[in-house]
Design a binder for this molecule. Structure first.
Ligand SMILES: C[S@@+](CC[C@H](N)C(=O)[O-])C[C@H]1O[C@@H](n2cnc3c(N)ncnc32)[C@H](O)[C@@H]1O
Length: 392
């Protein structure tokens, strides 16, 4: 979205038109709505701009729920924005640390700043991109305790600020970049600030662990089993004795596993009746050993992130499967066994073997009304296929 389009949306006519549009459903609807709006005499730029917003609001509901219908977005801003349930967790930490004035350095469309503001913290939200800053100002307008500043975070004066939140842009020209040198503000700037002030720094979950600074807390967060981010916390925002944490958000609410450092794996043991797949945040935080001890489970094979146990573990930190049968990892055998059981719907999972599940599914061509999970892995070091069912 460029400045002209934003100006069009932010006009009285633009905002009214946007709020009057029917929910965005499909491309076919859009063609009809465009024709209607053009017939009513609205200028083409305005029509295009409000329809873009309408489409972005529909997509944003996944992250912001009904709040999306009161917000404006850019495509990039929405993709990079922290979902509200996660932003609320971050904001809670600032509030618990009693930091009354927080700077959000590179605030994007303002999702993290919204959560901080909702907890009544004073927030200075700084954004370098002019259009994005204007959108953040619109989104944050309901909170009088937020000030949005259009400017460069790296030269923003921090006198009197109690803590900082940084969510560096990890993209260049709209494309994701994994090289921390290209992030903005840079990783060096963020970590240097974190040494001086209480800070939370949001990073990609796949961030090279060797780059993490010593003495700070690293918290991996998953939402509905998808690892969405890593946050590095410093000083008053880091918890005593916590160096690694896995925060799991989902239907169950929030659950967290913490430890001072990476945990030692449990020894490998025999395949039990159940196979446990640790949450991705637990794997990233290297807390599989701690999880195994908590669940009375053992490793299935060295260096493979599956656990096995004799009882079904009800835990937010792992998905449990009941193992029905173990086969050698051989396509002809699998095809025959699936056919014999009438299994037509197969969820294929794999760890520690080099197989493309979608290609394998095509070759297995399963048919029938039954369904099952096929787990391709190594059992005591040997390639194996486990026919299993999810434990609800
Ligand atoms: C990942 S986004 C922030 C998303 C935000 N936390 C949210 O949840 O909506 C990073 C933002 O930082 C901005 N940015 C990058 N470098 C900056 C700088 N030096 N000063 C201010 N803003 C900057 C980018 O324009 C981008 O909007």
């Amino acid at each position: 979205m460029d400045a002209d389009e934003l100006r069009a949306v932010l006009s009285l006519e633009g905002l009214r038109l946007l709020d009057s549009l029917p929910p965005y459903e499909s491309k076919a609807d859009v063609v009809r709505v465009v024709a209607d709006l053009r017939k009513q005499g609205h200028p083409p730029t305005l029509v295009a701009a409000v329809l873009t917003q309408s489409r972005l609001r529909a997509r944003a509901r996944d992250k912001f729920g009904p709040f999306a219908d009161r917000m404006l977005f850019t495509q990039d801003g929405l993709e990079q924005a922290t979902r509200l349930s996660v932003a609320a967790q971050h904001a809670g930490r600032f509030a618990r640390a009693d930091l009354s004035w927080v700077a959000d350095l590179g605030c994007g469309i303002g999702a993290d700043a919204m959560a901080l503001a909702a907890l009544e913290l004073e927030v200075s939200a700084v954004e370098r991109d002019e259009v994005t800053a204007a959108i953040a100002a619109y989104n944050l307008a309901p909170w009088s305790n937020v000030r949005v500043e259009h400017g460069d975070a790296t030269s923003y004066p921090l006198d009197g600020i109690g803590g900082v939140w940084l969510d560096p842009a990890r993209r260049d020209d709209g494309r994701r970049t994994s090289d921390p040198q290209d992030w903005s503000p840079s990783l060096d700037f963020a970590f240097d600030l974190a040494r001086r002030l209480p800070a939370g720094i949001k990073l990609g979950p796949g961030m090279d662990r060797d780059l993490l600074p010593e003495g700070m807390e690293a918290q991996w967060i998953s939402v509905d089993r998808d690892v969405v981010e890593l946050v590095v916390w410093s000083r008053d925002l880091a918890r005593d004795g916590v160096g690694r944490a896995a925060l799991v958000l989902g239907q169950h609410g929030a659950a967290e596993l913490t430890a001072a450092e990476d945990s030692e794996d449990e020894p490998v043991g025999e395949l039990g009746e159940y196979l446990l797949e640790p949450d991705g945040s637990v794997i990233r935080a290297r807390l599989i050993g701690d999880l195994a001890r908590r669940l009375g489970a053992r490793m299935l094979s060295p260096d493979i992130a599956y656990l096995t146990a004799d009882a079904p573990a009800a835990s937010p930190f792992a998905v449990a499967f009941r193992v029905i049968e173990q086969f050698p990892l051989d396509e002809r055998t699998l095809k025959r066994e699936l056919a014999a059981r009438g299994i037509g719907t197969v969820e294929i999972k794999k760890r520690g073997v080099d197989i493309d599940p979608s290609q394998l599914r095509k070759r297995l061509a399963p048919k029938g009304d039954g369904s099952a999970t096929l787990i391709l892995t190594r059992v005591a070091g040997r390639r194996a296929a486990l026919l299993a069912e999810r434990v609800q």
